[in-house]
Design a protein around this ligand. Structure first.
Ligand code: ATP
Ligand code: MG
Length: 475
């Protein structure tokens, strides 16, 4: 199928390439994600150019014309890259590839555009548009990628078993695109992924995590995770999630399928936030349920302490996925640990003290915690969900009122250690800690207000009780 896409190629990079090719006897095409997204009427954040000549020289020349100073060249791969304004532009020499069994590193030879399109992962990613001066804007679609975009289908240009065996990462990419674009995966592709899911083991953890993150950031991440499970990939890339799956029944009492529940929570949170780490917190909030599951004859199934244990499991999971072990991990740990607290308020009586304690523990992350907790309300019974959500709203409102009044969220004790030491003329010691702790407790308990005056008064009283003498001041 050939169509004219000239009108969509107004970006300076394309214009410069067209002009440059006027006195050259080779050709260049924009290929892959850019063309796919163009046809879906979406904007792409990067441009991939395939050249049937030396892409490295080509990239350097184009960069010079565009006055781009820094070009990164990867000689071994025959690729070059530069950034022009806010767009990444990648150049690759058109190539033919063949693979050996135990590696995803191909033997690469120079080839034609057609060869290059054959080595692409999916028909929707193999579309190219000519950038040469004589056929500028012509779409080259050898595998009916356009029609697959229209019907929403992920399909390989070659026999899927070969495509996936050559590079098992493509199995994950298939699922990631299905989840991102809400596309179906072709039946023979799905079958082939099921058959060779185990080969995902040769892929590096970093590449796998990139794909998991993209699935998590898709509009309805459950689509991707359900596919990961049904294809058998989940057991190799995220066994802890698979453990959540299933229902057990004893004496006619069943617990819910925690895998499906978790996915529902992730979908719920995705409606209200694009924040990757909040979505990770949703994915991991019940991760310790299998390890804490007990059956009690009176109360049925319990998962006591799953929030504490889950929070402790987070570092190991982050490490195994090569995720950052920094403040982002601490944030996820915190949300997992606290995820039951707001709902406990909904169920119990909502005292100001309980709210102040929660505000103090959640700090800056209180809004995210409330989002997570609201997303965690799932049940087949719509009436129940509605009632819970109404109660939940009440807690949210109360939280706001208490925060406005007491300012606990970014709690800074109104009397600090420095002042305590000065007042009693003492150095850093045990008593300073005691006084500080008692002031904080009194504020959280509502015995005094969060004000300097009342805190100072309390400090003097506690000091007296502890046998400390106030330093005399001479005016
Ligand atoms: P996005 O950047 O939005 O995630 P994309 O399609 O641009 O999507 P990239 O990973 O940037 O994906 O790859 C660019 C192009 O390179 C793809 O469209 C595809 O044609 C090709 N490609 C990338 N990875 C593979 C792979 N593992 N096997 C075959 N072709 C691939
Ligand atoms: Mg891309």
């Amino acid at each position: 199928m050939y169509e004219d896409f000239t009108a969509h190629l107004s970006h300076p990079v394309f214009k410069v390439i067209k002009k440059y090719l006027e006195d050259k006897d080779y050709s260049a095409f924009v290929i892959g994600g850019f063309v796919r997204d163009l046809l879906r009427e979406n904007k792409s954040k990067d441009i991939d150019i395939v050249v049937d000549g030396d892409a490295l020289e080509f990239a350097k020349d184009i960069a010079q014309i565009l006055r781009v100073k820094k070009v990164s060249v990867f000689k071994n791969f025959g690729t070059a890259h530069f950034r022009y304004k806010d767009i990444d532009v990648e150049f690759v020499t058109a190539r033919k590839e063949s693979y050996s069994k135990d590696s995803r590193k191909p033997m690469v030879k120079q080839g034609t555009l057609k060869d290059d399109q054959y080595r692409r992962d999916f028909t929707i990613n193999a579309l190219a548009i000519d950038l040469g001066p004589h056929s500028f804007g012509t779409l080259v679609d050898p595998f009916n990628g356009v029609s697959d975009i229209k019907i929403g289908l992920i399909k390989t240009p070659l026999d899927p078993s070969e495509t996936f065996s050559d590079d098992p990462l493509r199995m994950l990419r298939a699922i990631r695109f299905a989840s991102q674009l809400d596309f179906k995966i072709d039946i023979s592709c799905l079958k082939s992924i099921k058959e060779q899911s185990e080969r995902i083991k040769i892929i590096s953890r970093e590449r796998i995590t990139d794909e998991i993150n993209k699935i998590l950031l898709s509009p309805e991440p459950s689509r991707g995770f359900k596919l990961l499970k049904s294809t058998g990939l989940l057991q190799y890339i995220f066994p802890e999630l698979l453990e959540l799956s299933g229902i057990e029944t004893i004496n006619g009492k069943s617990h819910k399928d925690n895998f499906l529940h978790t996915l529902q929570v992730v979908d719920n949170i995705s409606k209200s936030s694009d924040h990757l780490w909040l979505r990770w917190a949703a994915l991991l909030h019940d991760i310790a349920k299998p390890a804490t599951k007990r059956f009690d004859k009176k109360v049925g199934w319990t998962f006591h302490g799953h929030e504490e244990l889950g929070s402790k499991m987070v570092p190991r999971i982050f490490k195994s996925h090569r995720l950052p072990l920094d403040a982002k991990m601490k944030y996820v740990q915190k949300l997992v640990r606290l995820h039951l607290r707001p709902i406990a308020l909904v169920k119990g009586s909502v005292t100001d003290t309980a709210i102040r304690r929660l505000l103090n523990e959640a700090g800056e992350d209180i809004d995210d915690l409330m989002l997570l907790c609201n997303a965690d309300i799932t049940s087949k019974n719509e009436f129940k969900v509605k009632r819970y959500q109404e109660n939940f709203k009440m807690v949210s409102e109360k939280l706001q009122l208490v925060e406005e009044k007491d300012k606990i969220r970014n709690f800074q004790p109104p009397v600090n250690g420095e002042e305590i030491m000065k007042t009693f003329d003492i150095g850093p010691c045990y008593e300073v800690g005691v006084i500080k702790g008692k002031i904080k407790e009194a504020i959280l308990e509502g015995e005094i207000s969060n004000s300097y005056q009342e805190a100072k008064e309390l400090m003097l009283n506690i000091g007296k009780e502890l046998g400390l003498k106030e330093k005399e001041t001479h005016n």
